[in-house]
Structures are given as structure tokens and as C-alpha cells.
Design a protein around this ligand. Sequence first.
Ligand code: UDX
Length: 440
Amino acid sequence: MQIGVIGAGYVGLVTAAVFADLGNDVVCHDRDESRIRMLQQGEMPFYEPGLQEMVTRNMRDRRLRFTTRVDEMVDFARVIFIAVGTPADSDGDTDLSQVKSAARAIGQHMKEYKIIVNKSTAPVGTGDLVRQIIAAHQPQPVPFDVVSNPEFLREGSAIQDMLNPDRIVIGAPSRQVAMAVMELYAPLGRPILVTDVQTAEIIKYASNAFLALKISFINAIADLCEATQADIEMVARGIGLDHRIGPHFLRAGLGYGGSCFPKDVQSLIHTARRYRVDDGLFVAAHRINRVRVERFVHRMDHVLNGLDGKAIGVWGLSFKPDTDDLRESRAVELVQRLLDAGATVQVYDPVAVPRARTVLGDTVVYCTNAYEAAQDVDALAIATEWREFRQVDFDRLRQRMRQPIIFDGRNMYDPERMARMGFYYYSIGRPMVSPERAAG
Ligand code: UDX
């Protein structure tokens, strides 16, 4: 199949690479010239495991190419995926300007029947909007169909998620159109759910909001555990063993970040209000998440007797491990709050430092390894649970620190062990431990 993709961002690039890898001919368009030039030279605009190899291989085999010319892409493709950004506008509603401009461009250049598949996360009703814009911009009427096919990719495992999704959702105006898109996914052999367009659009928001809700739920329970000296890890296990609840997405911590959950929950709040439906549940998820870092810093401030003038090491900057993405990163928020409180901050992240420089500038000291970030600090804060932080030499770490105090925002370690290793260890939703307690 000849496939076009508009948008060489996260979703667009992974979609283009995987469809090419499955044997389709793919043209990926982006209006950003420097990005396209980079890709044409085999360089990725962001870090995603396995992506570079897949893109290079398919470019070499001539199944994948990149262009800034939208007309060329529209001419070439029978199925066009829209995978552009849908950021939040200033009051949290979804900014659809890139989707609209993609639809305009498709309409202007369409000379024969096409299926337009929206992959961008956009509120219910966007399929209709895309249809209207395309129709309004066609030089002369040509038939076309619009499909909603939401993606459920996680950064860091996007290729695997695309090759091996739990389900594929295709919201199409007719069975026949759905079949054409299903054909593209058939080689994956995964469950496919066919719905109407608006149902598919809501499935995407309902999935992300539900996961966000799970995280905010466990964080609210973590606060209760902290207040009562209970242990959130055991609580999560205790409830997760009920198969109706399930063990996933119950990790308490600094809350959710990234390019999806924060923005999608807010967008859902706007949509609910637009249709005069109760938004209370979504508002609560958002509110609980918003104060996680503030609460964490407050605790640091209390334990350290003020943060002004204190040296703090921070491990992790990306919004989660295995990515250099800093969007809505709780780690970056943590650093900024520590700086605001007058602390000096030294940071380490295995991959996100180059990106962090563009966000944090020279307000912090960038370190080349985890131990360096702990050198002479009054306390160490863990913000992102990178795997390499699991295998730490705790003796070496403790000797570097001015005071052996750790605030773990991601519950990486066993508290009893930390106490035995000589640390004052504060984690989320678990009792604080100290060396004295271990000795006693
Ligand atoms: C998410 C969805 O998982 C994906 O299906 C959707 O398409 C896009 O949004 P992503 O943002 O890449 O993917 O990351 P994910 O791994 O889901 O984590 C999101 C955030 O939640 C991270 O900040 C993570 O640290 C946090 N999280 C996750 C928790 O705090 N606790 C958990 O139990 C799980």
C-alpha cells in the first residue's frame, strides 16, 4: 500500500517506520525543513530505542522517504495518516491548528479518492471537522473518507507498542473503509476493534484518562499511607492482586508527566464542560497530580530545615526512563522548585542532559554520572527511575554526600536496606527510615 504520513514527530515517525517495515511504501512529510533534512541524513530528531535502525533500514531499501512537499506526499499516498501535534492552548483546551492546516493541505492537493486517518490525539468531533475542512478546500469535489485510528504508543517502547499493541482501534464511517485500514494492520495479528469515528475518538481519551486516574488514585492513597505509617507498595500489591483492579499503573510517586496524560486529562475536562457533563472525576485526577512535586519539595524543606543555600543532587530529568523527553517532566518541575527555594542543584540524567540545557540553561550544574551529582550535597532527590540507579554502590554514594539523606520520588529502593546502608531515606507513601532505626 502507498501510505503518506503528515508529521515526523513521535507518532508520525514511528508509524511511518513501522508501516515501511511491514512492506508498504511510505512517504513522511513534515513542514519543518531542518527536521526533514536531519531524517534524510539518517539522524533522529529524538531518542527512541530501535527507531534509528528501523528508519535507516527502510530508507536504504527505498520503502521510506521524507519530504517537505505536502503535494508530493498527497499525490503519492492512497491512505494518509495525520500525526501532527495537538498541544494544549493557554487554558488547557486542545489546539487543533496543526490538524486543521494538515486537512487544508490534503484538500488542496487531492486529485483522487483517499482515506485520511487521524492518529493525532484530538477531541471527539475532530473527524467531522477534518472532513469539513478537506471538502471546503478541494479545488473540485473528489470523494474521500476520514477515519480515527488512535495510537497508544508509550515513549521508550514505541516501536514495540506499535508492532504489538493490546488492540487496534479503527473508527470508520463504513465497514468497507474500516476494512481498507484493517488490511494495513493485519500483518500484526493483533485484536482489532471497529467502531464509528466518534467512539474511537473517545476511546483514546478514556484510555489515557483512566490510566491517569489510576496514578492519581494511588498517589492519593500514598498520602494516606504517609499520614498513617502504612506502606503504599504493599497496598498497591494488595489491591493489584484483585484481577478486576490489576497490578499495572499503581506506582506511587511524583505523578504523571509527558506529552499525553497531563494534556489529555485537561482536554477531557474541556470536552466534558463543552457537553455539560460532570467533569469532577477528571478535575480531581488533575488536581492530585498537580501538587505532587510541591508536596515533595515541602517535605524536603521541612526535613532539611529550609532549602535556601542547600546543595541538592537530582537524579533523573526526563519525564520517565528510556526517553530524553522533558515535556511536563516532574523532574524538571522539581529542579525549578528547588531553585526557586534558593537551593543549588546538580543534576544527572543518562540521556536527557543535552535537552535539559535548553530548558534549564546554566541554572544548574550538569554532571556526567550519578555519583558526581551526589558530591557534597545536603540531600539527593530521585526524580526519574532510570534502571542504572538500581545498581548503585551505596557505600560510594554515601561517602560522597555531605549528609546521607535521600528523597526518593519514585520508590526505587527497599527502605530497610537503605537504613542498613546508613541513609536517612524518605520515599513516597512509606515510613521514613534512618540508620539509627536500622541499628536499633
Ligand atoms: C502514555 C500512554 O501509556 C500511551 O498509551 C499513550 O499513547 C501516550 O501516553 P507515555 O506518556 O509515553 O504514554 O508514558 P507512560 O509510560 O504511560 O507514563 C506516563 C507518566 O505516568 C510518566 O510520567 C510515568 O512516570 C507516570 N506513571 C506511570 C506513574 O507515575 N505511575 C505509574 O504507575 C505509571
